[in-house]
Design a protein around this ligand. Sequence first.
Ligand code: ARG
Length: 593
Amino acid sequence: MIKDKISKIVKETIDELWGAKIASSEILIEVERPQNEFGDYAVSVAFALSKMLGASPNEVASLLAEKLNSKKLPEIVKIEVAGGYINFFLAEDFLKEELARIYKNRESYGKSKTGGGKKIIIDYCAPNIAKPMHVGHLRSTIIGDALANVYKTLGYKVVRWNYLGDWGTQFGKLIAAYKLWGDKSEVEKDPIKTLEGLYVKFHEELKESDSRRTELEKVGQEEFQKLEEGDKENRKLWEWFKEESLKEFEKMYDLLGVEFDTQIGESDYEKDLAPTIADLKNKGVAEIGEGGSVIVKLDRFDLPPALIQKSDGASLYITRDIALLKDRIKKYKPEKILYVVANQQTLHFQQLFAIAEMLGLNSAKLEHIKFGLVLGGDKKKLSTREGNAVTLEEVVNKAVKLARDVVEKKSAERQTLLSEEEKEEIAQVVAIGALKYQDLKEHRNSDIVFDWQRMLDFTGDSGPYLQYTYARLMSILRKSPTWKLNFQVGGWGLKLSKPGFDNLGEKPELAIIKHFLDFPDVLEKVGGTNLPNHLALYLYKLANLANRFYETVPVIKDENTPRRAARLALVETAAAILKTGLGLLGIKVLEKI
Ligand code: ARG
């Protein structure tokens, strides 16, 4: 890649000039891609060097640039110094060669082997059974899926893990509530809503009086204990709740277009809990706390103690996470484990990672991939802990409905004849694309505000805008059905190689080719930071550059046939990268909108 080449040549030049005084290996030579007119690439190494050499950054940069200029690099047409920076300008010939290379491999452009087949477990989605999936799970699913896609394209072996929340004391409470007030046929009719209703009722009754609280808590505890001990009736109920939940979840996964490699959940670690707690005690990591509970003190990590077994013997969320981690490390030997879970669980993961360190479970790099809340248009939390949480289903349905209205309007305006089925399919792809993009375009740590109008605005920084741009590019290609054939048989004496692209040279053309070159770097950056918003921004800029290109230079109407062919190839390359990039974000494209 050109960036690596520049960094290498700069390093060599530093060695030639000051090798006796300076060890260039100790200096970080970063090649940036400034978004201005001063250059295509910039290197700021003169600032670090100036301190070592006792000269001003500009003096050092000038000496370096002079020497670099004398090397006559074929890729670089000009090197300039400004304010201590060394700026490199790419040669047009080089850009065209690169375009020919990218064009040839446009479908797989961006794929790399940097991951070297190393394993990464990505823990995302992870809804809790007997409860509806809420918007927090939506964010986890969207972000986790995008990261999984990008890592895969970078050559990692990715394990997509949907760690179901299907165990814990709450199931004792739910079973108790069902036995008290439940109705089989009602649960059958609308399982998740009914079960959640029962759970909420249980919590409301707790508030009635102290005696009621003590009584109900006791029943809940007993039911969970029975469940843990394998009581037939309770097991059956739990299995039934789980089955019904999975059916509902599957519908959501289908709609969102996500798949997992494993759905091993919390209940699968039940049998490992006693040995895990025993191991923690044996190693002196855990100790007995209040009332016979088991805790891990984490003072040296500046964290509050973690409770890993309650005084009634029940295990906790973190206990199961410890067992899970042990299993993952043993079975998969991953390089990294990413937990894509909301900000609210920060303390939980800090404690988990601290315990992992104490247990020597540090062969894998553990990272909490945090994200913020989902807020409504009024900037208030869209989900609440009390029964009235906004469910994922409601959100998706609303998005599809709004998208459908937009599609109706658009097709009426353009008088396109779309069947009902086509409209529905388009509405769904657009709605899901809009939801995903509005999430992924933000830095994941920030809260996102649901703004339905902006999300579905075909002219703004939105999923539909990118999908629409793709469809426009494809329609240009469709309107020129013969160009490809001509190009391939050398109809104009050209082949799909650099000479064909010598016909290009307009500013918007060169700008978009330069942007093509950035695609692999952006994917590396997403992998390095676990921030998919870099890719979203890249694609937004790509769409802008593509729109600017075909709005300012004639493409289909270009009378210069070879140049028209080269321009169409440029359109085809932009479409291919847009499709790949959106695909990595989990967003589908449409040939027509
Ligand atoms: N089920 C949990 C929740 O909904 C998230 C689980 C995340 N993964 C984990 N290994 N703790 O809050």
